[in-house]
Design a protein around this ligand. Structure first.
Ligand code: SIN
Length: 293
């Protein structure tokens, strides 16, 4: 079993559609890893974008699951405007309104923090009925070392499964629950909060690329509907361990004024909080998505 798995993970099925970036005319797209992640340069995110440049940035995201930009300088309004090019913006259910703009989720940890955002592998707010299409994180202050973010391609993870496992997962639906994640964090609800809870297919088809990808995650998914609990736990744990294989991952080392834009429909991410007591600070805007199918 280990040998078979090792062969698959190292083989062509773990590699996303290869594009060497040479067919971009307006921006430069440089792959970081074969399966996931590319650095985009030649664009200033604070400025209005022509339809041609927008099309290429969007295509770079579709082809690479997560894209990275360096040396960007955006005001809160410019960050929101960049996000709105891709759709309406989500207001995070547990967001403190720290900037005066409800679309901005502050991502911050320092010596007084008891927790940091996103420390478990997850797809943002997958407990919502229509989870976000993408998230755009702009980090303005970095610790002296550490504070990286890991991203994993759920296309690559799905493609590396055996045909038997793919057939088993087809048609299964899982529950994604926000309560255990957000309990005590809703500061904008006067009465008893209602936490988001939704059912989504275990394997979804990306609405733009048409490719299949896994859509369960450690943070929000509690169980697969209609399976005995021990079978559901075993399958989910297998998938979670599988998704974390390094062949499907990229590890982004932040510098101040970097931006990461990930496609929540086909990526999971995990923030590494290894820098206490130092400070890391940034803003995230989150683009609304649709119901997974
Ligand atoms: C998150 O959006 O989950 C946080 C990611 C990060 O802080 O790197």
């Amino acid at each position: 079993m280990a040998g078979e798995k090792g062969t698959k993970l190292g083989g062509p099925r773990s590699v996303a559609t290869w594009n060497d970036g040479s067919d971009y005319r307006y921006i430069t797209v440089t792959k970081v890893n074969p399966a996931v992640g590319a650095t985009v340069s030649g664009v200033d995110l604070s400025q209005p974008m022509s339809p041609e440049v927008f099309e290429e940035v969007h295509r770079a995201l579709m082809e690479n699951v997560v894209i990275f930009f360096r040396d960007q300088h955006m005001s809160v309004e410019q960050h929101i405007a960049f996000g709105r090019l891709f759709g309406d913006l989500d207001v995070h259910p547990a967001a403190a309104n720290a900037t005066g703009h409800e679309e901005i989720l502050v991502i911050a940890a320092d010596e007084n923090s008891a927790r940091a955002n996103g420390e478990a592998w997850h797809s943002d707010v997958s407990c919502e009925a229509e989870p976000p299409m993408g998230s755009i994180l702009y980090i303005m202050q970095c610790p002296p070392a550490g504070g990286d973010t890991l991203f994993s391609s759920m296309y690559a993870a799905y493609e590396a499964l055996s045909e038997n496992m793919k057939a088993y997962l087809e048609g299964l639906v899982a529950v994604h629950d926000g309560e255990h994640v957000y309990r005590g964090l809703y500061n904008n609800v006067a009465d008893k909060p209602v936490y988001p809870r939704s059912k989504h297919p275990v394997v979804r088809t990306h609405p733009v690329t048409g490719k299949k990808c896994l859509f369960v995650n450690r943070a929000f998914t509690t169980h697969i509907v209609g399976l005995p609990r021990d079978e559901s736990d075993a399958i989910l744990n297998f998938l979670y361990n599988h998704m974390e294989h390094p062949n499907f991952q990229v590890r982004f080392q932040w510098e101040e004024n970097s931006v990461a834009f990930w496609d929540n429909r086909c990526a999971q991410h995990r923030a590494v909080w290894d820098y206490w007591p130092h400070r890391r600070y940034g803003h995230r805007v989150t683009v609304k998505g649709d119901a997974p199918r």
